[in-house]
Design a protein around this ligand. Structure first.
Ligand code: TPP
Length: 557
């Protein structure tokens, strides 16, 4: 068997069904083997960065690894932003790149890039396959690494001579990720956690992407209900609890909901599960949850104590921790909180619930989010680009299921949304997928309209078109005396005609009330679509906690 054939056999043993990529000289033997491969579908993107984002969106929507593949040199380096994006958000992307033959490594051969060095700081782990004999075990190890513990991206460098060499190779048996070992919590930590929860008067749960990756949403809701504790989430945690649940307060942080930020400020116990306590979530750490004991449950020990002081560290899989704690609480016949804290939470929810029913022209973004949310219901998947559009979605959109909100959190990568939406739709074709986009971000990977049209990947990009790099403008307006520097996006194409030029569906909604019906039309069009929504260009994302500010001191107007 050649290395190239072995690669596909090994990928199938990992359950791989889709690959996003672009070929080139150093990976041609693999693409030649692809010619005879009928079980794996290869989706040719128009930029390698988009292939990485598509694999990332695929992984986040499905809960399994997403795969991308490129040639060496520029093809491989084009992956870097997408791989770092996956790393920052703990997404299991496996990236495979061709490499120059082993005997020319280090000679500045044509399209040689030292990918081990490039990928080292942006991956969970990376490999170079030196001989064809190593290949099957390396693929297994790469997928295992991506999926075990805290998920993350892995890069495999595959020299051309390894692709064409033959050997008598044994491909490992098919894997099921559910069987990977999970990290059990220490029973003593569980006992302590139960004790802290029982004695708290005003507990808050802060849930993140770790809850979603461990499949612990049901347990999270049970804990919230049993404990009488509201749940706030990080950006990655959106959907961990249905956001229309009476105990859900939405996202916290810089662009979080006031109710979430105030509950964290007032609580006496904060239970962080699968979260990073990132600076965008905490604001000034000296004033973050100032009255609370902090419990931090994470599968990755390096996260604990990194950003905030922690009273009880627990290194464990979120689902196993939650199950153990639930068992402990039931033994204590925990009946839930006194009504005072829950009444306070209910008041915060009611009094601070954000307004979305604007009917002005130009359209207010809050109204646009409302109409999109009503069309998609609980089953649709929302992906976002980066900027104001993203934060309007994060603040206002109520996500009801895990894996139904996909956004670039840690890296904040403009151009992520559209290819990630393509990946999500490939992973979950039964779901409507909408990319909430800014005009600037969308243009960073708009060439993927070709990928979507050719492969009939019918996602809809709703472009919140404000003619600006809006989030930068917002910072300039608020913190730099309205000195708008290099944020005017004049020169963008007519997005309706752009969609049509690619053979997609395009239309524009200019008045409130038009977005819902036109989005329905787009979803029914049977084509990838763009709905251009000119929005009020002066609108800011508010409330906003300035960088390094206190969660209870937001800018309101
Ligand atoms: C690749 C990349 N370049 C630059 C930035 C810095 N940045 C953050 S938000 C933003 C503006 C985004 O504009 P747009 O996509 O139009 O969305 P809006 O904020 O207007 O909703 C910029 C330039 C970034 N996050 N990513």
């Amino acid at each position: 068997m050649t290395g190239s054939r072995a690669l596909f056999e090994a990928l199938k043993a990992e359950g791989v069904r889709h690959i996003f990529g672009i070929p080139g000289g150093a990976i041609i033997p693999v693409y030649d083997a692809l010619y005879d491969e009928h079980e794996i579908v290869h989706i040719l993107t128009r930029h390698e960065q988009a292939a990485a984002h598509a694999a990332d969106g695929y992984a986040r929507a499905l809960g399994k690894p997403g795969v991308c593949m490129t040639t060496s040199g520029p093809g491989a380096t084009n992956l870097t932003t997408g791989i770092l994006n996956a790393y920052m958000d703990s997404s299991p992307v496996v990236a495979i790149s061709g490499q120059v033959p082993t005997k020319t490594l280090g000679t500045d051969a044509f399209q040689e890039a030292d990918m081990l060095s490039v990928m080292l700081p942006v991956t969970k782990h990376n490999f170079i396959v030196h001989t064809v004999e190593e290949l099957p075990a390396t693929i297994r190890l790469a997928f295992r690494t991506a999926m075990s513990g805290r998920p993350g991206p892995v890069h495999i460098d595959l020299p051309k001579d390894v692709q064409v060499s033959s050997a008598d190779l044994k491909i490992p048996a098919e894997i099921t990720y559910d069987k990977l070992p999970k990290l059990e919590p220490d029973p003593e930590d569980v006992r302590m956690a139960v004790r802290m929860m029982v004695s708290a008067a005003q507990p808050v749960i802060y849930a993140g992407g770790g809850v979603i990756w461990s499949g612990a949403s049901a347990e999270l809701v049970q804990l919230a209900e049993l404990l009488g504790a509201p749940v706030v989430t990080s950006l990655m945690g959106k959907g961990a609890i249905p956001e229309d649940h009476p105990l859900s307060l939405g996202m916290l942080g810089m662009h979080g909901r006031m109710a979430a930020n105030l509950a964290v400020t007032e609580c006496d116990l904060l239970v962080g599960i699968g979260v990073r306590f990132s600076d965008r979530a905490t604001g000034d750490v000296r004033h973050f949850a100032p009255r609370a004991k902090i419990m931090h449950v994470d599968i990755d020990r390096v996260e604990i104590g990194k950003n905030v002081r922690v009273d009880l560290p627990v290194i464990a899989d979120a689902k196993l921790f939650l199950r153990a704690v639930l068992a402990g609480l039931r033994l204590q016949a925990q009946k839930g909180r006194t009504s005072e804290w829950l009444e306070r939470i209910e008041r915060l929810r009611r009094d601070l619930s954000p307004r979305m029913d604007y009917d002005e022209v130009p359209i207010k973004p809050q109204r646009a989010v409302k109409e999109i949310m009503e069309v998609l219901g609980a089953d649709g998947i929302v992906v976002t680009e980066v900027g104001q559009c993203q934060m309007w979605a994060a603040h206002f959109y109520q996500v009801r299921r895990p894996r139904h909100f996909i956004s670039s959190g840690g890296l904040g990568t403009m151009g992520f949304g559209f290819p990630a939406a393509i990946g999500a739709k490939v992973a979950r074709p039964e779901c409507d997928v909408v990319n909430i986009a800014g005009d600037g971000s969308f243009l960073m990977n708009s060439q993927e309209m070709a990928t979507a049209v050719v492969n009939r990947i019918n996602v809809v990009s709703c472009i919140f078109n404000n003619g600006y790099l809006g989030m930068v403008k917002q910072w300039q307006d608020l913190f730099y005396g309205k000195r708008r520097s290099a944020v005017d996006l004049r020169g963008s194409p007519d997005f309706v005609r752009l969609a049509e030029a690619y053979g997609g569906w395009g239309d524009r909604a200019t008045r409130p009330g038009e977005i819902g019906p036109k989005l329905r039309e787009a979803l029914k069009s049977g084509k990838p679509a763009i709905l251009d929504i000119p929005i009020d260009p002066e609108e800011h994302v508010l409330p906003m906690v300035p960088a390094g500010g206190r969660l209870d001191e937001p800018i309101l107007t």
